[in-house]
Design a protein around this ligand. Structure first.
Ligand code: 13P
Ligand code: SF4
Length: 365
């Protein structure tokens, strides 16, 4: 079913900014002394099993820079009773060497409901850290760099959602998790790229407002009879891929497997052999083990899967997410030492947003 209508923000509307980080965690927890961060025999020995996980993708001359940070983070994490949740787009030294849980947005949100630790460090972007906070109002949630945003999250405000509801009265609002807490709070239910179709169809409505990713909306619309009103947001990383570049890759090797994220434009999805969330893309490669594959998504994910599957050849059109790449080992260490930057969500907004996120998490499949 084609999209019913795509609406977008008024021109000259100012983009929302995340709330300023709070200093309350810095007051509550003492700063820890900075570790020495030396590369020596002890660090080399202790971190050898971790380096073994990424040796296919991180050259040996780079490990002496990463290893002291990896060792320090893993020690301080225990002292703080902290866990690190890392998205699939984090670089291999974070994803394979310091993360406690890795996954796509849905897996990270589910993991956030089970956390026993006092502190959650989100190695990902701001909306992911906010989701963790919404689900854990009593815990301290830190993001190593609060400037790690998302072009989808900044494309829409809570006020925009209220205006959409006025324009389309009675039509339920399905909101992609790549949004601020304020936008989630105005929504009926959230979705991620791994459950968007299921969420849309779960409402039993003949029409839904689906925000803010126009391409994910188109992808869902192509698979359902539910009429979809979309928003003009897009991911600045996935919208850069083109069907033409994939056609060229395919013409050079007709046997190559092309796997795309549903945030890509329709001509890219049409050129792909499989489309799915980052976790579904990883599962596809793990189970099918293609000889050559293109992951049409953020570039670091190929490194993370390559580390695990050295026999698969990854062909890369390499688009990096500048927001995800703000998260680095030195910033994670700094975050744990100084308990910054703490993610704060207004409790009234968090309570409303939690309803929309939990409604998705506990949806019966
Ligand atoms: P996933 O939920 O598929 O991991 O997607 C999150 C994201 O930001 C993709 O750009
Ligand atoms: Fe947002 Fe795109 Fe970056 Fe994902 S890859 S966090 S959707 S800007």
């Amino acid at each position: 079913m084609p999209i019913l209508e795509t609406v977008g923000p008024e021109l000259n509307r100012s983009a929302p900014r995340p709330a300023a980080p709070s200093r309350s965690a810095q007051r509550k927890f003492a700063t820890l002394p900075a570790p020495a961060l030396e590369w020596n025999e002890r660090i080399e020995r202790e971190t050898a099993p971790l380096y073994a996980r990424i040796k296919n993708v991180v050259p040996p001359n780079e490990w002496p820079f990463f290893a002291p940070y990896v060792a320090a983070i893993n020690t301080i994490k225990k002292q703080r009773n902290a866990v690190i949740l890392a998205h699939n787009y984090q670089t291999p030294e974070i994803y394979h060497c310091v993360a406690d849980f890795v996954g796509d947005s849905l897996q990270l949100a589910r993991e956030a409901t089970k956390v026993n630790a006092d502190v959650i460090v989100q190695a990902g972007v701001h909306f992911m850290a906010e989701t963790a906070k919404i689900l854990n109002p009593g815990k301290t949630v830190l993001i190593p760099d609060s400037r790690a945003g998302c072009s989808l999250a900044t494309s829409i405000t809570g006020e925009d959602v209220r205006l959409l509801r006025e324009r389309f009265p009675g039509v339920p609002v399905v909101t992609y998790v790549n949004t601020s807490a304020e936008v989630k709070a105005e929504s009926d239910i959230c979705c991620t790229s791994s459950n968007a179709l299921q969420v849309v169809e779960s409402l039993g409505a003949d029409k839904v407002i689906f925000i803010p990713d126009q391409y994910l909306a188109k992808y869902v619309a192509s698979q359902t009879k539910v009429k979809i009103i979309a928003w003009k947001g897009s991911c600045e990383v996935h919208e850069r891929f083109t069907g033409d570049e994939l056609a060229l890759i395919r013409s050079n090797d007709p046997t190559i497997q092309i796997i795309a994220h549903p945030e890509c434009p329709p001509d890219v999805i049409a050129a792909a052999d499989f489309t799915g969330s980052t976790a579904h893309m990883i599962d596809f490669v793990r189970t099918k083990k293609p000889k050559r594959v293109v992951l049409v998504t953020e570039c670091s994910m190929a490194d993370n899967v390559q580390a695990e599957l050295p026999d698969v050849e990854f062909v890369r059109p390499c688009n990096l997410c500048p927001h995800m790449k703000r998260i680095t080992l030195p910033k994670i260490l700094d975050s744990l030492l100084h308990m910054k930057e703490e993610v704060v969500v207004d409790p009234a907004i968090a309570a409303k947003a939690r309803r929309a996120v939990e409604r998705m998490i506990y949806l019966k499949s």
